[in-house]
Design a protein around this ligand. Structure first.
Ligand code: PEP
Ligand code: MN
Length: 353
C-alpha cells in the first residue's frame, strides 16, 4: 500500500501520538471542559463519540449532529484536531460538513463489509485521515479487508486501531488484546501506523497504563485513550475513562524504547536465532517423514490415525520436559498440539490415497 503520513501539521511524530477525549459527547459544557483540560496537557487530537453503537437498546446512543457544533467550538477555542466515529454515509456527510479532521470506523462497523463499503463510497474524492478499528471478532482478514475498502477509494492517510476482541469467556479484559493479531497486521502492512486503544481493551481505568506500555514495547505508533472531566458521571464507558490529569500521569509513566535495527551484538544474536529456526524446520521435517511412514503402516494394518492414548502421553511428557527446560508447559503443549495436528493431516492424506 502506498500510504501518506497521518501526521497533520503540528503533530509531533514522536511515539506515542495521543488521541484523547470522552467516549461520548454528552453536553456542550462537558465537551468544552474536557477539551480545554486536555489542551492544557498538550494533547493535540480530541476524540468524542457523536453517534454511539451500543450493544443493547436503551443506553445513551449519542447526541447526534447537535454535538458537531460543540466540536467545532473545541477546534476554534483550543486548536486541537477533532476525531469522531462514523458508521454510515450520512455520518460521513455530516462530519465533512462540520470540518472534522479525522474519522474512525468502529469495531462493530469494521465487522460489516456492506457498512464499510458504504462509508468508503461516501469518502470518494476526500483525502481525510481514516482510522480503522479492528472488527469485534478476531479476524485479521476482515480487518485488512476494511482497510483495503477505504484505501481503494483513494484514501491514503490510513491507520489501524487495535481495540481488542469480544469473547464470551470472562477475563480481566473487556476485550481480549490478542496481541499477535496486530503484530501480524504490522507484518502484512508494515507502513500502516497502528494505534492502541487501552480503554476499550481494559474496560477499567486501572489497566490503561500497563496495556499502553505493552503497546509501546511492541512499537505501536499511538494511543487513543478515553478521558472525561468527570469520569464517574460519564454517560457511557464510565469505568474506563480518566480525567485529563490522570491521563497526563499515565503518559508520564510510559517508557519509550527504540526499535534498534542492527547493532552488532544484536545481529550476532539474530544470526543464532536464524540458525535455531533452520534446525527446527529440519527436525520437524524429519519428524513428519517418520509420521508418514507410520501412516503407511496404519493403512496396511487397518489402524485408525488417531491414537488418543499415545497423543496424551506425548503432550504430558513433553510439557513436563519443557518445564524442566525453563519453558511454560502450556506453551509446549500448544506446540505439540500443532505438530500433532499436522501429523494427523498428513497421515489422513496417506490413508485415503
Ligand atoms: C469508542 O471508541 O467509543 C467505541 C465505541 O469503540 P469500539 O468501536 O472500539 O467499540
Ligand atoms: Mn467508549
Amino acid at each position: 500500500m502506498e500510504l501518506e503520513s497521518i501526521l497533520l501539521p503540528g503533530i509531533c511524530p514522536e511515539r506515542p501520538i495521543v488521541i484523547s477525549g470522552p467516549c461520548s459527547a454528552e453536553t456542550e459544557e462537558q465537551v468544552i471542559k474536557t477539551a480545554k483540560e486536555l489542551a492544557d496537557k498538550n494533547i493535540k487530537i480530541f476524540r468524542a463519540g457523536i453517534w454511539k453503537p451500543r450493544t443493547k437498546p436503551g443506553g445513551f446512543e449519542g447526541i447526534g449532529v447537535e454535538g458537531l457544533q460543540w466540536l467545532k467550538r473545541v477546534k476554534k477555542e483550543t486548536g486541537m484536531y477533532i476525531a469522531i466515529e462514523v458508521a454510515t454515509a450520512q455520518h460521513v456527510y455530516e462530519a465533512l460538513k462540520a470540518d472534522i479532521d479525522i474519522l474512525w470506523i468502529g469495531a462493530r462497523t469494521t465487522a460489516n463489509p456492506f457498512a464499510v463499503q458504504e462509508i468508503a463510497d461516501a469518502l470518494k474524492g476526500v483525502n481525510i485521515p481514516v482510522f480503522i478499528k479492528n472488527p469485534v471478532n478476531p479476524d485479521l482478514e476482515l480487518w485488512i479487508g476494511a482497510i483495503e475498502r477505504i484505501y481503494n477509494v483513494g484514501i491514503t492517510k490510513l491507520a489501524a486501531i487495535h481495540r481488542g476482541f469480544s469473547s464470551f469467556d470472562k477475563s480481566i479484559y473487556r476485550n481480549l488484546p490478542n496481541w499477535h493479531i496486530p503484530i501480524e497486521l504490522r507484518r502484512r502492512i508494515p507502513n500502516l501506523p497502528i494505534f492502541n486503544d487501552p480503554s476499550h481493551i481494559g474496560g477499567k481505568r486501572e489497566l490503561i497504563a500497563s496495556i499502553s506500555q505493552q503497546a509501546m514495547d511492541l512499537n505501536f505508533d499511538g494511543l487513543i485513550i478515553e478521558s472525561h472531566c468527570c469520569p464517574d458521571e460519564a454517560w457511557s464507558d464510565a469505568k474506563q475513562q480518566v480525567t485529563p490529569q490522570v491521563l497526563e500521569y499515565i503518559l508520564s509513566l510510559l517508557v519509550i524504547r527504540d526499535e534498534i535495527q542492527s547493532t552488532e551484538n544484536l545481529s550476532v544474536l539474530r544470526k543464532q536465532i536464524d540458525d535455531c529456526d533452520n534446525d527446527l524446520i529440519q527436525i520437524l521435517s524429519k519428524r513428519m517423514r517418520v509420521c508418514r511412514e507410520i501412516g503407511i503402516y496404519k493403512k496396511e494394518h487397518n489402524i485408525t490415525v488417531l491414537q488418543s492414548g499415545r497423543y496424551n502421553e506425548i503432550l504430558e511428557k513433553r510439557a513436563e520436559q519443557g518445564e524442566v527446560c525453563n519453558m511454560d508447559s502450556d506453551f509446549i503443549k500448544n506446540i505439540f498440539q500443532a505438530i500433532h495436528e499436522e501429523s494427523v493431516r498428513q497421515q489422513i492424506e496417506i490413508i485415503n490415497k
